[in-house]
Design a binder for this molecule. Structure first.
Ligand SMILES: C[S@@+](CC[C@H](N)C(=O)[O-])C[C@H]1O[C@@H](n2cnc3c(N)ncnc32)[C@H](O)[C@@H]1O
Length: 251
């Protein structure tokens, strides 16, 4: 990890202090892709959570974790840098302000292990992705798994081709940091370290994880008919990738 990586992770953390409420507001809309595509797919891969303990790293306001607790999850914790959490989380859910770059240092979960560790659209903010994943892996109980989602790298490449008038290949393979304004708040810029599919897969291997399942969720036909502007967006930018990751026995 370079000092530049550390700086850009710090900048993102600062931006998120201000962005969180806008993001949660957008997420709550009935036509949000989180509601229509991402959360149903994440929920599906998580399966039955009865009696399962869950650590949600970059948990936003903690609403997803609260829903999992209502579905039977126990002894769970959510960590987010912004610390803007739902009031009165349900029993069995602790929401902690902290940095997912160092899950091992977050005060409450120290020494605790979990059946599931989640990185839902938050892994890109880790200062050192391999370190973070290794630390998360060490916090898994026997038979536990990590559920990790990331935006398709093609999406950012397409956005950059539109902005810079370049080609897809040039942008997909470019290693320059990418700063963009989100649709949630035009005034706040987020910086992303670009990555390719092989970068991501090699990160999983370096952290001693194997991919049990990968998914690229799409809108249902009914949702596509109902929200054609969302289908149009998906046709262009593809959406997210989801990975169910398990520790390799050999590590
Ligand atoms: C796109 S949101 C996703 C929120 C939630 N996981 C979801 O799926 O709805 C990204 C979240 O990551 C959090 N985040 C960004 N950098 C972080 C860091 N260094 N440590 C912990 N959380 C961070 C942000 O505050 C934000 O809540």
């Amino acid at each position: 990890m370079t000092s530049h990586d550390r700086q850009s992770a710090r900048d993102s953390s600062q931006a998120w202090q201000e962005l969180t409420s806008d993001f949660e507001h957008a997420r709550a809309r009935e036509d949000s892709l989180d509601r229509l595509v991402e959360w149903p797919a994440q929920r599906d891969l998580l399966g039955d959570v009865t009696e399962r303990s869950i650590l949600d790293l970059g948990c936003g306001n903690g609403a997803k974790l609260a829903e999992l607790a209502r579905d039977g999850a126990v002894a769970s914790a959510g960590v987010d840098i912004a610390g803007k959490f739902i009031p009165a989380p349900p029993a069995g859910v602790e929401l902690i302000q902290g940095d997912l770059s160092h899950p091992e240092r977050v005060p409450q979960p120290i020494g605790r292990t979990f059946d599931r560790v989640l990185f839902l659209q938050s892994f890109g903010y880790a200062e050192d992705p391999v370190h973070t994943l290794r630390a998360a892996r060490a916090m898994l109980k026997r038979d536990g798994f990590i559920l990790l989602t990331r935006t398709q790298p093609i999406r950012y490449a397409v956005e950059r081709t539109e902005r810079n008038g370049t080609s897809l290949g040039e942008e997909y393979f470019s290693s320059a940091d990418y700063t963009y304004r989100t649709g949630w708040n035009e005034h706040i810029a987020l910086s992303k370290r670009p990555f390719t599919m092989s970068d991501l897969l090699n990160t999983f291997s370096a952290a001693g994880l194997w991919i049990e399942t990968a998914a690229e969720p799409r809108l249902t036909e009914e949702a596509a008919r109902r929200y054609p502007h969302k289908q149009e967006w998906m046709n262009k930018y593809l959406g997210i990738l989801i990975f169910k990751l398990r520790p390799l026995a050999s590590h």
